[in-house]
Structure formats: structure tokens, C-alpha cells
Design a protein. Sequence first.
Length: 382
Amino acid sequence: MANINRTTGKALRAHVAGAGFAGLTAAIALRQNGWDVTLHEKDSELRAFGAGIYLWHNGLRVLEGIDALNDVLHGTHTPPAYETWMHNKSVSKETFNGLPWRIMTRSHLHNALVKRAHAVGVTVRTNSEAVSAEADGRLTLQSGEVLEADLIVGADGVGSKVRDSLGFKQDRWVSTDGIIRLIVPRMKDKLGDEAEWDNTIDMWNLEPRVQRILYSPCNKEELYLGLMAPAADPRGSKVPLDLEVWVEMFPFLEPCLAEAAKLEAARYDKYATTKLDSWVKGKVALVGDSAHAMCPALAQGAGCAMVNAFSLAQDLAEQSSVEDALVSWERRIRPLTDHTQALSGEYAANRSLSKGNMFTNEALEAARYDPIKRVYSWPQNQ
Ligand SMILES: Cc1cc2nc3c(=O)[nH]c(=O)nc-3n(C[C@H](O)[C@H](O)[C@H](O)COP(=O)(O)OP(=O)(O)OC[C@H]3O[C@@H](n4cnc5c(N)ncnc54)[C@H](O)[C@@H]3O)c2cc1C
Ligand SMILES: Cc1ncc(C(=O)O)c(CO)c1O
């Protein structure tokens, strides 16, 4: 295996812009392969935004590959089933043929990645905003500093400046539905006995108004609530929550909703999709939402981002030119993300998850991928 870091005799240098799940994964995986890595975060500290997150077999395998899995698993939850309700009646309970999946808070995952980044020796710079990059391997910071490297990774999220400075052709659009995402105390004993409260319960209502709650336990204490309503509905999209309108539809969740309504910092977000002609320009690679922000229906935005970041480090370890490695990386790994983005967008637009039993083999394609073995390794007997 021609590892460029070994054949040249000195460590190659990478600058990674953005310390979200994509940037952290890329930085750790590159560092593990011998790169000298600096991770730039525009914020004054490393922290996770948002509430909860689902990781599936693909993302969990990345965590195994970067030696963060054990740390992450502790304090997370795999529900006995992913249940779907329509108008308060259970229509399906899916268990995905035993495919591994986990729910956790975003801060839990982020903290574990930050800890691992420090442990492997990634240099972290906060208050370090990237403003532009050049294909020959230069990154310019807000401070005016210009850094040179063998590789630049643009992992600076959906509003990526690295991407926009390089003039990629892009399609961008937002959805009609959006969501308020919160973490609240579980209060399982206050919720009555109308449900199995350790399950994920995707509670859909299309009548008299479109209102949905994705109920996702993260561990014994914390519950991730996703409250979905069309952006055109002023009460359903109001933050802090309009408690009355949510309790009216979901009375059995009142104790949790009352806590949710106290959260002043709640946000209502529409789903953004970004599709680029290419993820690569010379020595610059885009990873994560900067390259492929997607609707969350299949819960794979971060999973795909982490797989792509990890796979980037694999391809760089196998080719002697950075530019060539980036081109073959995109060719190898992109089709799975494109497929997932398209199907997730379709599911969001048609509210398909409301039908239940929608986690088909096709929908779980990204989840079934094993980035270490580079095969679809689930179900294991196929
Ligand atoms: C409602 C919803 C639910 C979701 N649920 C799931 C789920 O269950 N499972 C899943 O896998 N995915 C899910 N996703 C998708 C997932 O959240 C994203 O795909 C993922 O977080 C993207 O990570 P990222 O690192 O690319 O970007 P970000 O998380 O946006 O991180 C970018 C980082 O870069 C920093 N930054 C920005 N600009 C600059 C700059 N110029 N210079 C330096 N730093 C910069 C930011 O401060 C931030 O730290 C969901 C998305 C939504 C909207
Ligand atoms: C795990 C998950 N699945 C589906 C959706 C969805 O919007 O369909 C969302 C949004 O919060 C999720 O967080």
C-alpha cells in the first residue's frame, strides 16, 4: 500500500475547516494515518448544536475505525423498536433485521469525538474562521493568515465558505416542512401506559393539521423530541413552543411538552438540501453538509458525512498523489450519499415515513454499509 506519508518520509499537512461531526472525523482519521492535522473552528469553543442524533451501523463502524466507539456507546440507547403511529394508532414496529442503530444526544457524540481528536494529537484552533480556499492547497482565515497544506478539507457546514470561495456549481433548496428539535427529561413514569416508552415512536397526524412528534429516547434521563409542522403553520412552527397546540394533539406527552415549552433557545429549522457538481477541486475536498446537506428523513446526514470523512483518509493512504486520491474518493464513495440524499428528500417531500414500514432495504442502504470492510455487511447472512 503506497502511503504518501510513508513514501515521502515526512508527515503531510492538512487543514480542516469546521469542527462538526464531519470535520472531527476527518481530522481524527487523517491524524491516525500519520498526517499533521490542524482543525479550525470559527466558534470560540468546540460544542455541538442541536438536540439528538441517530447513528446506524455505518456511522458506528466509523466510530470503531477511529477508536471512539466504546466511549460513545456508554450513555446511548437502542430502542426495542422503531414504531410508527398514525393518528395515535400503531401502524408498524421495525427492528431492521438486527441492524445496529443508536440514539444519543449530539453533545454526547461531539464530546467523544473531541476527546479522541485531542488524544490522537489533532491541533485544534478555535476562533479560527476559514474564509476561502484555493485548489493548490491554501486556506485563508478571517484574521488574514494564509496557510499552506497538502490537503484542505472544507467541513464548514451547509453555509460553507470554503465551498463558496471555490465556485462549485450548486443546487440548493429548502423543504416545506420544518422541525423544532429539543432535549427534555424523559419522565417515563409520568407518561401513563398507552405506549412502550423505550421505543422510538414516530407520531404522525395529518388531520386536522399536519403535526408530528418524533419521540426518541437517548438514554435513561434524556429524550430527544422532534416537533414537525409545515413552515406555513404559524402556531406549529412557533418557538418557544405553543404549548396548547402541541398538547392538544399529543396530550399523553404533556409532562415532556411542558418542559419543552420552557426552552427559550428553541429553533424551528427547515431542511436544507445542497447538491454540487463536484466535491473536489485540486487539493481541496468538501465533506459533510458543505458538500451534501440532506433532508433528515433517513437520519443519515451525519452518518454519510462520517463515512465520507473516514473514507477520504483511507483513499489518501493508498495513493501517491493527493489530487488523484481525492478524485477516486469522490468516485468511490459519492453514489451512496447521492442515493441517500435523493431518497431522504423524496421521503420528506411525500411524508412517506407516516405510512410505517418504510425502512426498506433500499432506505437502509447507507446504514448497511461497512466503511471498514467497504461492503454492505448487513444482514450478515446475505
Ligand atoms: C432536523 C435534523 C435532524 C437530523 N438528524 C440526523 C440524524 O438523526 N442522523 C444523522 O446522521 N444526521 C442527522 N441530521 C444531519 C446532520 O445533523 C448533519 O448532516 C451533520 O451534523 C453535518 O455535519 P457537518 O460537520 O458537515 O456540519 P456542521 O454540524 O454544520 O458543522 C460545521 C462546523 O463548522 C463550523 N464552521 C462553520 N463555518 C466555518 C468556517 N468558515 N470556518 C471554520 N469553522 C466553521 C461550525 O461552527 C460547525 O462547528 C439531521 C439534520 C437535521 C436538520
Ligand atoms: C432521526 C430522524 N428521522 C427523521 C426525521 C424527519 O424529519 O423525518 C428527523 C428530523 O428530526 C430525525 O431526526
